[in-house]
Design a protein around this ligand. Structure first.
Ligand SMILES: [Cu+2]
Length: 124
């Protein structure tokens, strides 16, 4: 009876450690500029995503798509000196809603990806 209890405890602890390790290791956005879901009054010159864990300098993708699916990011994504920031310069954006699509490989070699939108308001 006692052995059985210890067995369950052991399995639970292993499960918790494995789960926590997986979550901590992956790289997900912590802060986006412009913020996810934001409406900004003027066209931003760049998009910046700060991740919660280091990302590899290769394999990173960052696209800023207009409503027609055209990519307004200019050139390759730029890695920040802190090792966990990715940014892209933008062509002048017209008013409208833009979809930011990102994909990165974390320092643990795991790939994560996602998307969010922001809106450039009409008029100056
Ligand atoms: Cu991971």
């Amino acid at each position: 009876m006692r052995a059985a209890r210890l067995g369950w405890l052991g399995i639970t602890l292993i499960g918790l450690l494995a789960g926590a390790g997986g979550v901590l290791a992956h790289s997900f956005p912590r802060e986006e500029t412009p913020a996810a879901g934001a409406t900004v009054s003027s066209a931003p010159p760049e998009v910046v995503i700060k991740f919660d864990a280091p990302i590899e300098k290769v394999f990173a993708q960052l696209e800023v798509l207009d409503s027609s699916g055209n990519n307004d990011a200019v050139g390759q994504p730029i890695h920040g000196p802190d090792g966990s920031t990715l940014s892209a310069k933008l062509a002048p954006l017209k008013p409208g809603t833009y979809t930011v699509k990102w994909a990165v490989v974390g320092a643990d070699t795991h790939r994560t990806q996602g998307s969010y939108t922001f809106t450039v308001a009409n008029g100056d």
